[in-house]
Design a protein around this ligand. Structure first.
Ligand code: PLP
Length: 230
């Protein structure tokens, strides 16, 4: 068996085991394959095994792969930092955006979403543990941002995304996710159905704390090589 295929089955089995260990329903955690820096051929390979949701961080790179894979029925997720001058293209070429952290960006995505497409699915990126990171709305700012974003017409607020500061200890990995999950429960935002929690290094902790979508790159495609990026 080749590596991507092997990795894919391993990750699927890890997700299933974590669902069982955490008394989560079977199939309640979706896999988002994060393909940044990886070639379209890797995406095609995973697609042929049944994977449909792919996440990308860099707009130009993503658009190029979308062109190459135009015949595939892929659901594209934008998960990287968003500058305002990129919103139009993102609104036109993606089904999901996980990294919305301010109203200005949400407004532009709503205004620029083409009317012939369904509403754009949005997750708000919340900064729960990494004070040095500039991305993400604070927990204190979350209720107001949720209310404002919910009022926009062409986007559909689905949930929250978090990238906690890296930790190797399992209990420490769980803490920030638990805090955010509880904050959402306290706000009684029952219409939110998506917790975009967890990457290769903290998949199990994220599932234990309510992840509904895990964003996995390295464990599927191997280490990334950034040397061709600036
Ligand atoms: C790159 C990236 C991932 C995937 O990370 P891995 O550790 O390779 O699984 C997930 N989420 C975001 C936002 C990313 O930028």
């Amino acid at each position: 068996m080749n590596t991507i295929k092997q990795n894919f089955y391993q990750i699927q089995s890890k997700i299933r085991h974590a669902e069982i260990a955490c008394q989560r329903d079977k199939g309640s955690v979706q896999l988002l394959a994060v393909s940044k820096t990886k070639p379209a051929s890797d995406i095609a390979e995973l697609y042929r095994l049944g994977q449909r949701h792919f996440g990308e961080n860099y707009l130009q790179e993503a658009l190029e792969k979308q062109r190459q894979l135009g015949a595939f029925n892929i659901s594209w997720h934008f998960i990287g930092p968003i500058q305002s001058n990129k919103t139009k293209s993102i609104a036109e070429h993606f089904s999901w955006v996980h990294s919305v952290d301010r109203l200005k960006i949400a407004k532009r995505l709503s205004e620029q979403r083409p009317h012939f497409l369904p509403p754009l699915n949005i997750c708000l990126q919340v900064n729960i543990s990494d004070e040095d990171s500039k991305s993400g709305v604070s927990l204190a700012g979350l209720p107001k941002l949720v209310a404002d974003v919910n009022a926009l017409p062409n986007i559909r607020l689905r949930g929250v995304m978090a990238i906690p500061a890296p930790q190797t200890d399992y209990e420490l990995q769980r803490e920030p996710y638990r805090k955010l999950y509880q904050a959402i429960a306290d706000l009684k935002l029952s219409e939110l159905d998506t917790f975009s929690f967890g990457m290769t290094g903290d998949l199990k902790a994220a599932i234990a704390e309510g992840a509904t979508m895990v964003r996995i790159g390295t464990a599927l495609f191997g280490q990334r090589d950034y040397s061709s990026k600036q």
